[in-house]
Ligand binder design. Structure first.
Ligand code: BES
Ligand code: MN
Ligand code: ZN
Length: 496
């Protein structure tokens, strides 16, 4: 998909389809109004007949409007102008893309950036349009033997700004939006692959591949022998139940000062989570191939910052293994000494994410990081608490938490903070080891973060629980690419 920016009058655009808004009640936007003028009130007449009033979700496709050079004009209902907020704008863009798909046009020229969205400028409106469009048109067909029947034909969308002065900001928005969609697509592709293909070894190979296509990225892959030497026994305790060898993958992007402290992103890369000996129920277990979405988001974010050439040092650490039952698997009650030296009683082998993350977090210390953010499909409890809308955020460093919350609000990939109070810590008490790996039914997302917090005392750290946001279920089942946008927005904000 190609995106471009232009300024100019709507009647002069030679295109397959012009996209213009109409707000309630029957109000023409500036572009629609210009078309109305050149066509001797062609639009006003149709609107007066009641074919469209401007309600959200309405649209009307018109052909060969007199005085214009476009094959078609797609009128899009935008609702009441006063009520045009971010959510409404996003819906409008989404609706437009779906309608365009029905027309058969290969390219279009959109005047929707002229809509007034409360508190938002061209940059925001155009970047949103790029991201939403790309996300909607994404298809995962790697394992389909035949091409799709109704192939989506849309190839190019030009976003219009009102004057040449605004071209530069529009071009910046397209270029940022494009880099983000590349990261999102990478994350979605990796996560959508089945677990028999997307193994820890596969993730390592993909990391090498990424470093080849983006030379600013350096990759190191540690195998199980190396993990043993590092005493990453918590990670290895998860890996010992599967025939797939575990990997610790490090992606280093150095765009900042030579000695600038890096931002470290730690991704949970469980390529399949059966639960281990504490095995999960059969229903929907296939979705546990998505248990590496944290790792996928790290891939996506690093690829994007490298494409954007942000002046930052960013390091991705991915702990990758499968969680399987078997004769070598961890038993409930087994005790392991983590890399940090703290001992863990594994009461539930299905709480494996925290076991691989705790060692990866300890490992992150060696990079002398400014901040560390881990990203993990960590708890079903987070889906119960926040549903599929917000990513769970817990942090031991309030400025970092605030920055992440703000970044989310800004880009639309939002997080919501939960408390990380000491009061919850005692749920992790174990009679046999320094701690248990589960904290009972109450506050499952918080106790999981409490567990991790015991390994991040020396760090400015935030934890993103993406169990609810990383993929959607149902007939459109698939990875969302969240929270790549949130991470990239946070990193971009740090460059201002
Ligand atoms: N990967 C799961 C969390 C998960 C479950 C994410 C469902 C999305 C949907 C994680 O490894 C897990 O199994 N967590 C357990 C923890 C429990 C044993 C304390 C859970 O949430 O049930
Ligand atoms: Mn699990
Ligand atoms: Zn898991």
């Amino acid at each position: 998909m190609e995106f471009s920016i232009k300024s100019g009058n709507p009647e002069k655009q030679r295109t397959g389809c012009l996209i213009v808004g109409i707000t309630e009640p029957r109000r023409l936007t500036p572009a629609a109004s210009a078309l109305d003028e050149v066509s001797k009130k062609y639009l006003s007449k149709i609107i007066r007949k009641g074919d469209i009033s401007g309600k959200p979700g309405q649209s009307l496709l018109l052909h060969n409007i007199p005085g214009t050079m476009a094959d078609r004009v797609l009128l899009i209902g935008c609702g009441k102008e006063r009520e045009l907020d971010e959510k409404q704008y996003r819906n409008i863009i989404g609706h437009t893309i779906n309608q365009l798909g029905q027309t058969g046009t290969t390219e279009a020229v959109s005047y929707l950036p002229e809509l007034n969205v409360k508190g938002r400028d061209y940059y925001w409106k155009i970047r949103q349009a790029v991201e939403i469009t790309s996300n909607l048109l994404y298809e995962f067909r790697e394992f389909k033997s035949k091409p799709a029947k109704d192939r989506k034909t849309l190839r190019r969308i030009t976003q219009m700004v009102s004057s040449r002065r605004d071209l530069a900001i529009g071009i910046q928005a397209v270029s940022d939006g494009r880099a983000i969609t590349h990261g999102i697509r990478l994350a979605r592709d990796l996560a959508n692959r089945p677990a028999n293909v997307c193994t820890p070894t596969h993730l390592a190979a993909e990391a090498q591949q990424l470093a080849k296509s983006l030379p600013a990225i350096k990759v190191t892959v540690l195998d199980e022998d190396a993990l043993k030497k590092l005493k990453m026994n918590a990670l290895l305790s998860v890996a010992q139940g599967t025939a797939e060898p575990a990997r610790l993958i490090t992606l280093e992007y150095k765009g900042g000062k030579r000695n600038g402290r890096p931002i470290v992103l730690v991704g949970k890369g469980i390529t399949f989570d059966s639960g281990g000996i504490s095995i999960k129920p059969a229903a929907n277990m296939d979705e546990m191939k998505f248990d590496m979405c944290g790792a996928a988001a790290v891939f996506g974010a690093i690829a994007t910052v490298a494409e954007m050439q942000l002046p930052l040092n960013v390091i991705g650490i991915i702990a990758a293994t499968e969680n399987m039952p078997g004769s070598k698997a961890t038993r409930p009650g087994d005790i392991y000494t983590s890399m940090s030296g703290q001992t863990i009683e594994v009461l539930n082998t299905d709480a494996e994410g925290r076991l691989i993350l705790c060692d990866a977090l300890t490992y992150s210390e060696r990079f002398n990081p400014d901040v560390v953010i881990d990203i993990a499909t960590l708890t079903g409890a987070c889906v119960i608490a926040l549903g599929k809308h917000a990513t769970g955020l817990l942090s031991n460093h309030n400025p970092l938490a605030k920055d992440l919350l703000n970044a989310g609000e800004n880009c639309g990939d939002r997080a919501w903070q939960l408390p990380l109070w000491d009061d919850y810590q005692k749920q992790l008490d174990s009679p046999f080891a320094d701690m248990a790996n589960v904290g009972g039914r109450d506050a499952g997302t918080i106790t999981a973060a409490c567990f991790l917090s015991r390994f991040t005392k020396k760090l400015n750290w935030a934890h993103l629980d993406i169990a609810g946001t990383a993929w959607i279920t149902g007939d459109k089942k698939g990875a969302t690419g969240r929270p790549v946008t949130l991470l990239v927005q946070y990193l971009m904000d740090r460059c201002r």
